[in-house]
Each structure stands twice: as C-alpha cells, then as structure tokens.
Design a protein around this ligand. Structure first.
Ligand SMILES: Cc1cc2nc3c(=O)[nH]c(=O)nc-3n(C[C@H](O)[C@H](O)[C@H](O)COP(=O)(O)OP(=O)(O)OC[C@H]3O[C@@H](n4cnc5c(N)ncnc54)[C@H](O)[C@@H]3O)c2cc1C
Length: 444
C-alpha cells in the first residue's frame, strides 16, 4: 500500500488527507495541536475556522460559489462538513463551527487509511508529502521551508493592495498612459483638487481592521498603508503614490491635481491593482472610500487590500500548477501557505494536492485541472510568473473567459457570462469525476 505524509490538519491538510485516503493511500497525518497552537488557533480538533464562520457565497455566479460546487462534485470532506453543519446565512454558506470541525475530525480519525500523529514537525520529511501548515506555520518548520532549494522567498507578511476587475471600471473617466510618455501600461484615474481633498478626508476618518496581538503594529516604510501615509500630512499622497508628474489627461491637455494609477495584474488583463494602496481599511470602507476615485465608483473587487501576518511562498517558479515543488517530485504544498487566500481556496488546493499525489502514487501520473475550472485557476495563479505575487481569493477574474463567438461578440450581461463559465467548468469536473473509478470503495 503506498504511503504519504500530510503536515497540518487545518482546512487544506484535512482535505488533502481525505482525498489521499479515499484512494486507498496510507496517510500519516501530523498536527501540532493540541500540544502547540499558533496564536490564532484555540481549538483542539481539526479543520478549525480561525475567524469568521462563513465560507462565503454559495452562488454559482460567484467565483468561490463555483469553487465550492466543483469541490462538492469531487467528494470534498470540507464541503461535506460544511453542508452538514450549515446555519442560515442568505446566499452564503455559513456553518456551526463546532459541528463543522467535529465532522471533519470524526471522519479523519475513523478513516481506516489515516494515522494521526500529534506534535510539531520541524523538518521537511523525505518521501511523498503534502505540507499544509498554513499562514501561521511554526517557526522551526518555516526556517526549513525557507531553505528549500529553488525557493526565492518565504514571505511572512501580507501587504496587498486591492485588485479590481477591468470590466467594472468607468473608462470614460480613466485614461491609459505611462509616466513621461513611456508607453501606455497604466490606467490613470485623474483627480481634481476638490476630489483629492475629499478623498484624503474620507481616508482619514475611515474604519480600519483591528490589529491582532500577534501581528506587528509597526509597518515597513516600503509597504505603509495608504491611510497611514495620509495621516502624515494633507499632501503626502499627492507627492507619493498619487503624484501626477509626467501624466497628461488627454481630455483636458493638462496634468491632473493627483492620479491613482492602476496596474495590470494578470496575463489576460482582466484584473488591475491600485498602485501603492496597501491598506488596513475594513472591506466595506474600501468600497466606499476607494469608490470616490474617479472611474472606480462601481468597481468590483477581486481582492480587497489586506495587511496581516501571513507565511506564504513565492510560489511562481517553485510550484507547478498542481502545487508540487518543481524540483522536488512528490513534495507538495497546500493551503494558504501557497498564496491562495481563504478557507475554501485553501481546502480546494488541498483537494487538488491529494488527488494529484494519490494518482502519482497509484502509478497514474499527476492530475492537473485546466484554468477554465475554479480549482485549475488557483493552480494557474500559484504557478504563473508574477513579480508582485500576492495571495488571491478565487474570482471569475482568475478563471478563463469564454471565447468570443464566430461574430466576435462577447456576452454583455455579467450573470449570463458567469453562468456559462460555471456550466463549462462543472461539465469538465463531471467528466473528470466519472473517470475516478477508485472511488467505488467502501468509503466513497
Ligand atoms: C487570524 C486569521 C484570520 C483569518 N480569517 C479568515 C476568514 O475569516 N475567512 C477566510 O476565508 N480566511 C481567513 N483566514 C485565512 C485562511 O483562509 C485561514 O488561515 C485558513 O485556515 C488557511 O487554511 P490552511 O489549511 O492553509 O491553514 P490552517 O487552517 O491554519 O491549518 C494549518 C494547520 O497546521 C498546523 N501546523 C502549523 N505548523 C505545524 C507544524 N510545524 N507541525 C504540525 N502542524 C503544524 C496548525 O496547527 C494548523 O492546524 C484567516 C487567517 C488568519 C491568520
């Protein structure tokens, strides 16, 4: 019987262990709780939700809703547990956290192929392994991971600016240009004097997220939150990230008073980030305050800005699209440590790792999902070269768009487009699931 280790029984590790075990692989599941806990973990059991009890939208016209449905169709343990412990939450999938973690723990402890070992792992083991130790991976193991050949950086802090979808921008107000006539790579949102001062005032009075005790209160100068910069003086932003020099608005023929620049964030050009806008503003406050930027009034956020403690790999160039270390076959990373963001995304990467490593150990080769599926889109995110690599939630901006039809027409209505993308993804998943004959076993 082939064997594999899984380190960490959080959302990603629990799912990975389950997917391996369901293929008949013997799994050694290592978890440091209850002997040692990260500063955010409080429970003794597996699959702990460290903060909110929501697994976010359950609608197929939402990226994470599609991701969950793909996982359901692939017998995800995390989705089984979530559906079993669901509490009323409108269009979202929220859970009773006791019932949720209880379900996962019972399923793993009672699985005949899974052997649980408690205690901190301090070395990267030899042999087939999935490392799923999360954003608060223990210190000793972090050091070992950071030293793995081929890894350029292990990040310990998230300082991510918001990302908006290109299609939600008002291009009547925005102009495309690079500073000093050096091409047209940036989208520029011009502000007049009144707009700038109103924006700074709103920024100064906006509510920010609480800083957890274990997170550093001080910030590096290089990634200072935009609201902290604004606090240093009324004109600091206008001379910093919002400086207008070298830019001329073609509609007025003049240099604007201030400019917010947006930089392309993915290959397809469907996502743009707000340059220099690392922030701790609460998400609704980001929508409200950044909505004052001309052109962003109705912006749709693929990711809000965040700043928190988060251990994650510089995955592009280190992991491939099925989350395996490129130059260390059969070593996988899953979960938030890979640069996916969120409970569901972490579990989804664990699912793909478990399927893929199990398939390799059964002699059938690795499993890769195309980026027309939500799971495959996460694999593409971690493996595509990206200088500004930052953790990402699953959104339709990451999933392949639909091809334009023979008449080069695009479906205009967003919901209709998303429904078609979701149907295409689920068809692929169903076809794939029908080939997984090993699931005929008694635990399937
Ligand atoms: C404070 C905080 C709040 C968050 N809130 C949310 C939220 O509300 N919604 C959301 O979608 N996402 C949230 N996230 C982000 C992320 O989705 C979660 O952290 C998620 O739990 C990540 O899943 P994971 O499996 O990668 O890691 P985890 O769920 O953290 O699991 C990792 C497991 O590995 C164990 N472990 C660590 N090191 C070792 C070691 N050396 N040896 C053995 N075991 C080890 C840990 O004890 C833990 O059980 C939050 C993150 C943090 C830090």
């Amino acid at each position: 019987m082939p064997e594999a280790s899984v380190i960490g029984a959080g959302l990603a590790g629990s799912e990975a262990a389950w997917q391996l075990a369901q293929q008949g692989i013997t799994v050694h599941l290592y978890e440091m709780k209850p002997e040692k806990k990260s500063p955010a973990h409080v429970r003794d059991d597996f699959g702990e939700l460290v903060c909110s009890n929501s697994l976010r939208s359950d609608r197929l016209t939402n990226g994470v809703g599609l991701l969950k449905e793909e996982m359901r169709r692939l017998d995800s343990l995390i989705l089984r547990a979530a559906d079993h412990s669901r509490v009323p939450a409108g269009g979202a999938l929220a859970v009773d956290r006791d019932a949720f973690s209880g379900y996962i723990t019972k399923a793993l402890l009672s699985h005949p192929c899974i052997h649980v070992q408690h205690g901190e792992v301090t070395e990267v083991p030899e042999g087939p392994v999935i490392i799923a130790t999360g954003p608060l991976t223990s210190e000793a193991l972090s050091q070992r991971i950071a030293a793995l050949p081929g890894l350029t950086t292990l990040n310990f802090y998230d300082a991510a600016a918001p990302i908006v979808t290109r299609e939600s921008l008002d291009m009547e107000k925005i102009f495309r240009q690079s500073r000093y006539d050096r091409g047209d790579d940036y989208l520029n949102c011009p502000m007049d004097e009144d707009t700038y001062h109103a924006f700074v005032a709103a920024l100064l009075s906006a509510q920010t997220a609480p800083v957890h005790g274990f997170e550093e209160k001080k910030v590096f100068e290089g990634c200072m939150p935009v609201e902290s910069m604004a606090r240093r003086g009324e004109m600091v932003l206008a001379f910093g990230p919002l400086k207008p020099v070298g830019l001329v608005d073609p509609r007025t023929g003049k240099q604007p008073y201030a400019v917010v620049q947006l930089r392309q964030d993915n290959e397809e050009g469907t996502l743009y980030n707000l340059v220099g806008f690392q922030t701790r503003l609460l998400f609704p406050e980001q929508k409200r305050v950044f909505g004052m930027i001309p052109g962003l009034e109705n912006a749709s956020y693929a990711r809000y800005g965040v700043m928190h403690r988060n251990t994650f790999l510089q995955a592009p160039g280190f992991l491939n699209a099925h989350f395996e270390v490129i130059n260390r076959p059969l070593t996988y990373f899953a979960g938030q440590i890979t640069g996916v963001e969120g409970y569901v995304e972490s579990a989804a990467s664990g699912l793909l790792c478990g399927l893929s490593l199990g398939s390799q150990l059964r002699g059938e080769g690795s499993v890769e999902f195309p980026s027309l599926t939500a799971i495959g889109a996460l694999g593409k995110h971690v493996s595509t070269p990206n200088r500004d690599y930052q953790p990402m939630n699953c959104t339709f901006g990451l999933i392949d768009s639909l091809p334009v039809d023979a008449q080069h027409r695009k479906i205009r209505k967003k919901t209709e487009r998303y429904e078609k993308i979701a149907a295409r993804a689920l068809q692929w998943i169903d076809d794939f699931a029908s080939t997984q004959l090993y699931r005929q076993g008694e635990n399937a």
